[in-house]
Design a protein around this ligand. Sequence first.
Ligand SMILES: [Zn+2]
Length: 116
Amino acid sequence: MVIEYSGIVVRSVLTDKREKFYDSKGIGCYMFRMDAAEVVDATMHGSAARFINHSCEPNCYSRVIHVEGHKHIVIFALRRIHRGEELTYDYKFPIEEPAAKLPCNCGAKRCRRFLN
Ligand SMILES: [Zn+2]
């Protein structure tokens, strides 16, 4: 285990409203979808896990685990990670239409070119 992606658990239906609010204030938005119903919003209150970037060839992965009846998003190491090495995981965004594609700049040899 590397770190928990902690923040405020919000219902999925509220994420658009929150994102628009953060955009209007010029605040970078950090959210992680836990499942179809819930999202962890780490924008205002969250762990440093929100700063971990995506990579198509990551050294970590994310899992939703259950602890005493509560869901947690946890980042685990995929392999030995050396001191000073950037932590990354695959965001696994759902595939979108070409117009909504987000370009990937991860720099990996086998980069998929898009995050979604
Ligand atoms: Zn990439």
